[in-house]
Design a binder for this molecule. Structure first.
Ligand SMILES: [Fe+2]
Length: 419
C-alpha cells in the first residue's frame, strides 16, 4: 500500500514537472488539434489555387497543381507553345491526392491534382489550362516560360515569411508582379502560413497569390510554422510537389537544389537535422559551373534579434558558404529586415568578392523588434518587403533591390563578377 502511494506520488510529481515545462506547447498542440474551423474559400467543380512549382529540370519540365471539390474525378493539363497558339493543345494527365482537414466544418476534403509536363523546350513560353475532361471545367489559360539552357540574364523575386496578414501579402505579390512581370520564379523563405496543417490558411495563401503563382513557379522552403504543431509538414508536402534530389537523411522534398541559367539554388530545411544535411550541402556547392550561388533556408545565420540566435546553423553551414563562395543567403523567421555586410568567417569581409550577403525579410504583417548588430549594413522593422534580383551576363552583374508595397526602394546592392 505504501509502495503504491509512493509510485502515485512520484508519477504525479513527474506529470507536474512535465506540465510546467511544456505547458505552452501542450496547450498549443491541443488547440491546434481540436479547434473546429471553417474555410471562407471552399472548393468547387471549378479548378482553382493553380500553382506552378518545379519537381524536375526547369529547362524541360513544368509542374502544375490545382484544387477541386472531391466530386471531380479526373485532372488534365492542356498546353501548347505560345508561338503556336492556334495548334491543338497537347494533354498531360494529373495524379490525384485527397487532402483531408478533419477539423474543417465545411469543405473537409478536397482533391489536389498534380501534373508534370515533360519534354518542354528551354527558354520557351507555353500556354496552359488545368481542369477536368469528364466535367469540362477548366481554369483560365495562363502562361509560363521554361528555364534557358545557357547562362542568360534573368530576374527572380524573394520574400520572407507571408504567415500572417495574407491579404496584405497578396497586395505585395501583386506589386511584385507589376514591377517584375518576367520574374523566373518566386522564392519564399518559409512560414508560408501560420499553421501549416490548417487548410483554411492555405486557401487564403493560394487565393492571395492568384494571378502570380499560376504564371511564376513557387520555390518554397520549410519554416517552423509550415510544420505546425506536428512532427512533419504534412499539408505542405501534400499541396506542393518539389524536387526529390535532397539529402537521403531527410524525407523527400524537405531540401532540394536546382539550376537556373548560370545560377545554383540550394534550399535547406533549417528546422531539423542540420548536421545530416551538411554533407549534401557541400556536394551541391562544390559542383563546378555556376556563376552565382544562392542558398535559402528559414532560420537566419545572422539574426535580427539577439535572442533569436541560431548558432548551430551558423557553425555548420556558413563555413561551407565561405568555402564555396555563396553570393547571397535568403532567410526568414525573424519578422524584420536585415541585410549584412558581406561576411566571411564570422567577420565583415572586404567586399562581396570575398564574402556572403545574408538577408532576413518579412512579407506578412507580423513584425518583431530589431536589435542593432555590427554585422548589419541595414536593418529595420515593421515593413513588409519584396525583393527583386536582376542577373545580367554582360557584364556578370547581380542587382538587388528591396521594395515596400508602395514601391519605395528600402535597400539595394550590386555584385560584379568576372568571367
Ligand atoms: Fe518562423
Amino acid at each position: 500500500m505504501k509502495r503504491r502511494l509512493l509510485y502515485t506520488f512520484a508519477a504525479l510529481a513527474v506529470a507536474a514537472v512535465l506540465v510546467s515545462q511544456f505547458k505552452g506547447k501542450v496547450v498549443a498542440w491541443y488547440v491546434d488539434n481540436h479547434t473546429v474551423r471553417t474555410t471562407a474559400l471552399p472548393s468547387s467543380g471549378q479548378p482553382d489555387q493553380v500553382c506552378l512549382t518545379w519537381s524536375g529540370d526547369p529547362r524541360a519540365t513544368q509542374t502544375i497543381e490545382w484544387r477541386t471539390a472531391p466530386a471531380v474525378p479526373d485532372g488534365w493539363v492542356q498546353y501548347r507553345e505560345k508561338a503556336d497558339a492556334n495548334n491543338t493543345p497537347a494533354e498531360a494527365e494529373a495524379t490525384l491526392t485527397s487532402v483531408n482537414d478533419r477539423l474543417l466544418q465545411n469543405d473537409q476534403l478536397i482533391h489536389r491534382f498534380t501534373s508534370v509536363l515533360h519534354g518542354l523546350k528551354p527558354a520557351t513560353a507555353y500556354q496552359y489550362r488545368a481542369g477536368s475532361k469528364q466535367q469540362d471545367h477548366w481554369s483560365d489559360w495562363a502562361e509560363f516560360t521554361t528555364a534557358p539552357d545557357k547562362p542568360v540574364g534573368f530576374s527572380f523575386v524573394y520574400m520572407g515569411d507571408p504567415q500572417i496578414g495574407l491579404d496584405s501579402w497578396g497586395k505585395l505579390m501583386q506589386a511584385a508582379e507589376q514591377r517584375c512581370p518576367t520574374a523566373a520564379f518566386y522564392a519564399i523563405a518559409g512560414d508560408q502560413v501560420d499553421n501549416g496543417n490548417r487548410r483554411d490558411q492555405w486557401d487564403d495563401f493560394f487565393d492571395a497569390a492568384r494571378g502570380v503563382l499560376d504564371r511564376h513557379p513557387l520555390v518554397p522552403c520549410l519554416g517552423n510554422h509550415d510544420y505546425g504543431k506536428r512532427l512533419a509538414p504534412e499539408m505542405y508536402l501534400q499541396l506542393l510537389t518539389l524536387p526529390e534530389n535532397g539529402p537521403k537523411t531527410l524525407p523527400a522534398e524537405h531540401a532540394y537544389s536546382f539550376r537556373f541559367a548560370g545560377a545554383l539554388f540550394v534550399v535547406l530545411d533549417s528546422n531539423q537535422a542540420l548536421k545530416e544535411q551538411t554533407p549534401w550541402l557541400e556536394e551541391q556547392l562544390a559542383q563546378p559551373g555556376p556563376t552565382w550561388k544562392f542558398v535559402m533556408y528559414h532560420h537566419p545565420a545572422y539574426s535580427s534579434k539577439g535572442t533569436r540566435d541560431n548558432e548551430e546553423l551558423r557553425q555548420l553551414w556558413t563555413p561551407l558558404f565561405d568555402k564555396y563562395h555563396v553570393d547571397v543567403a535568403l532567410q526568414g523567421h525573424d519578422h524584420a529586415y536585415l541585410r549584412t555586410y558581406p561576411m566571411k568567417e564570422g567577420k565583415r569581409a572586404q567586399s562581396a568578392k570575398d564574402g556572403v550577403y545574408y538577408i532576413v525579410s518579412v512579407s506578412g504583417t507580423k513584425y518583431y523588434e530589431q536589435t542593432q548588430h555590427d554585422y548589419a549594413e541595414i536593418a529595420f522593422t515593421k515593413t513588409s518587403t519584396y525583393q527583386i534580383f536582376d542577373v545580367t551576363t554582360d557584364p556578370n552583374r547581380l542587382t538587388y533591390r528591396a521594395y515596400d508595397v508602395q514601391g519605395n526602394v528600402k535597400d539595394e546592392f550590386t555584385i560584379d563578377k568576372q568571367g
